[in-house]
Ligand binder design. Structure first.
Ligand SMILES: Cc1ncc(COP(=O)(O)O)c(C=O)c1O
Length: 404
């Protein structure tokens, strides 16, 4: 008789869900590769090629045979270059024991949470949040405590809201400015107030500043400027230098936490890919940083374009992003009896208008959609035209044929 095995997956893995952004973006890429005329606003990555300086040093390192293990926390030259560059952009100085190079910023966040959170500890996050935070918190046994923010208040919390949500179990607060998905940027004054409010508590801030150089209207300061001794800053080359596929992240913070993260990395992935580290070194050591200046200007122009086009859609309410490359409009007024949720709307627009937008549900914000503007001006224009058409058709159905 054949034996039947019941393959029981762990409770933890059963509790987490696949990343909706990666799933939908993969779907759009698959349809495009089959020749479908899809305009995708799903991309979580710049559409520019990786700078040549990075590619060249990666090639050279391979030719020189630098293809073996490195130190777990990255090659010293890269750690030094990362420190220098972080200081150049954000004016905060760290020493070499206060930085770790990770396989992508995602891994840096996971390692930080793993190093800080015990079973049942609470981690404060703000909705709309980046999709991976709640699942990562659950993966390390923590409990996400979500504080809602709204476009009316610039998608930012007040200090009293934060204090009201802190309990004896609160271990970590995750801040993410510039924000994915809203593009909101916290003012230095808000960071200063938050830092002051929590400075005497046993709480660590993970400040995800992966979009920290992509700022359009206002000044941005790293949270580390205000509470360095209790902050882990998450940074990296993925977004800043169009290097998402290379998988290089950077975390900076107190030596005790960085050493703990190094231990986690040493027992899981070991060092980030050696060639990718040289690629990151190739661009981080550049003195001029023209790539960042030029691409930020391009993104600002696209932000202005997409925002003005969205503003023309009657019934759409849209917060103007101040950083990163996402816009997060409120589409709740277009929902109908058949297209009830942001997931339904995303499926409807993909099917009927061949345009991909990411539903707000995955970011803890039903009634919104996320559009990335990391695509060409022509595609932005065409994509928004399709969205407008799709939304007006829905509005027409809702009003029984009467155009609103
Ligand atoms: C807010 C935020 N943090 C972290 C990451 C992860 O970056 P990486 O690709 O370097 O792992 C992303 C990527 O989408 C992000 O949007």
């Amino acid at each position: 008789m054949q034996k039947i095995f019941i393959m029981t997956l762990s409770k933890r893995v059963q509790e987490i869900k696949p990343s909706p952004t990666l799933t939908l973006d993969a779907k759009a890429k698959e349809l495009i590769s089959k020749g479908e005329d899809i305009v995708s606003f799903g991309a979580g990555e710049p559409d520019f090629p990786t700078p040549q300086e990075a590619v060249e040093l990666a090639k050279k390192s391979m030719d020189e045979g630098k293809t073996k293990y490195t130190a777990v926390d990255g090659i010293p030259e890269l750690k030094s270059a990362a420190l220098k560059r972080f200081e150049y952009f954000f004016g905060v100085k760290y020493n070499i024991d206060e930085v770790i190079i990770t396989p992508g910023a995602k891994m840096a966040i996971y390692e930080a949470l793993f190093s800080l959170v015990d079973e049942g500890d609470e981690v404060v996050i703000f909705s709309p949040y980046w999709v991976s935070y709640p699942d990562m918190i659950k993966m390390v046994g923590g409990v996400p405590r979500v504080i809602k923010t709204t476009p009316e208040r610039g998608f930012k919390p007040s200090v009293s809201e934060i204090l009201n949500n802190i309990t004896l179990r609160t271990k970590v607060i995750i801040l993410n400015y510039p924000s994915n998905p809203t593009g909101a940027v916290a003012e230095p004054e808000l960071f200063e107030e938050i830092a002051y409010a929590i400075k005497d508590r046993d709480i660590i801030v993970i400040s995800d500043e992966i979009y920290g150089t992509m700022i359009y209207d206002r000044r941005f300061e790293s949270f580390a400027k205000f509470l360095k001794e209790k902050t882990i800053v998450i940074w990296g080359v993925s977004k800043t230098y169009a290097m998402t596929g290379w998988r290089i992240g950077i975390a900076l913070g107190p030596e005790k936490i960085i050493s703990a993260m190094k231990k986690v990395q040493g027992q899981t992935t070991s060092n980030p890919t050696t060639t990718a580290q040289y690629a990151a070194l190739g661009i981080l050591k550049e003195e001029t940083q023209n790539f960042v200046k030029e691409t930020t200007q391009r993104f600002k122009e696209r932000r202005d374009l997409i925002f003005s086009l969205l503003a023309e859609i009657k019934g759409m309410r849209c917060f103007k992003p101040e950083g990163a490359f996402y816009v997060f409009p409120d589409i709740s007024s277009f929902l109908t009896d058949s297209v009830k949720t942001s997931d339904d709307l995303s499926a409807y627009l993909l099917q009927k208008k061949k345009v991909l937008v990411i539903p707000g549900s995955g970011f803890g914000a039903e009634g919104f959609i996320r559009l990335s503007f990391a695509l060409s001006e022509d595609k932005i224009k065409e994509g928004i035209r399709r969205i407008k058409e799709g939304l007006y058709e829905l509005a027409e159905q809702k009003n029984g044929g009467r155009q609103s």
